[in-house]
Design a protein around this ligand. Structure first.
Ligand code: NDP
Length: 240
């Protein structure tokens, strides 16, 4: 059945691949983004997917835009919390703003979209929320106390909300990607990236579509008994 799906940060990188994977499966996709108008315009022209610009870390704006999407496109049955940023640095050099921005957008964004859409999903008796965590939320990473804490929080958030949705046909799952070839990873200095790739058993970075296909499964009718889980897609870099 075709649903309305909102993908935050859905205009590039992993989010773009998720938007396309859900569109291919017949859903009406809406892609959110933060500020890169040029990329969003090109994405929308290429795919025909509507884009909505707002900051998912802004609680009121998220409520307002989700209401707008529901009115303009239809009730939101699928939410992919993919928008995320990094503000890396060792603790001594990390500012409170670096900490706060990452918590506000990466973790707060999940709370904000859930607050805006979860009640409707419960009432309609069907919903899918997929939160994009990270291998670095599972294992920690030097220079990323903010990012690792936010992503780790996403995994806890997922398990708690899954319990609240389970009786109402609303599943809540997380994906923990390993290192995926996107702009975010392109920002990692080459020598650091070489060392990271050397630790990936499959011997390469992941592709955004490898995350998107896992996400599409979690959003499918077939995944109705999968909730509160974390799907690790990381080339074998972290197993547990
Ligand atoms: P990119 O940096 O390539 O894209 C990020 C997307 O998020 C963009 O669409 C961006 O919009 C959007 N975004 C950023 N901040 C906000 C905000 N405040 N409100 C709304 N949208 C926002 O990221 P990736 O594709 O690499 O990563 C996607 C997700 O996957 C993130 O949550 C990331 O933490 C996670 N992840 C990525 C990994 C990787 O290796 N790439 C590994 C593990 C997890 P705009 O274009 O306007 O800037």
């Amino acid at each position: 059945m075709a649903r309305v799906a909102v993908v935050t940060g859905g205009t590039r990188g992993i989010g773009e691949a998720i938007s396309l994977a859900l569109q291919e499966r017949g859903h009406t996709v809406v892609a959110n983004y933060a500020g890169n108008d040029e990329k969003a315009r090109a994405f929308s022209e290429r795919t025909g997917i509507a884009t909505y610009k707002w900051d998912v870390g802004d609680h009121e704006a998220t409520q307002e835009y989700c209401d707008r999407i529901a009115a303009e496109v239809g009730p939101i049955d699928i939410v992919i919390n993919n928008a995320g940023i990094t503000r890396d640095g060792v603790l001594q050099r990390m500012s409170f703003d670096d900490w706060n921005d990452v918590m506000r957008i990466n973790l707060g964004g999940c709370f904000n979209t859930a607050k805006a859409t979860f009640a409707g999903m419960r009432e309609r008796g069907w919903g899918r929320i997929v939160n994009i965590g990270s291998i670095n939320g599972q294992a920690g990473q030097y220079g990323q106390v903010n990012y690792a804490a936010a992503k780790s929080g996403i995994h806890g958030f997922t398990k708690a909300l899954a319990q609240e949705g389970a009786k109402y046909g609303v599943t809540v799952n997380a994906i923990a990607p390993g290192y995926i070839d996107t702009d975010m990873v392109a920002a990692v200095p080459a020598p650091v990236l070489e060392k990271i790739v050397a630790k990936i058993p499959v011997g390469r970075l992941g592709n955004a579509y490898e995350i998107a296909r896992g996400c599409a499964f979690l959003c499918s009718e077939n995944a109705g008994f999968v909730t509160g889980s974390t799907l690790s897609i990381n080339g074998g870099q972290h197993m547990y």
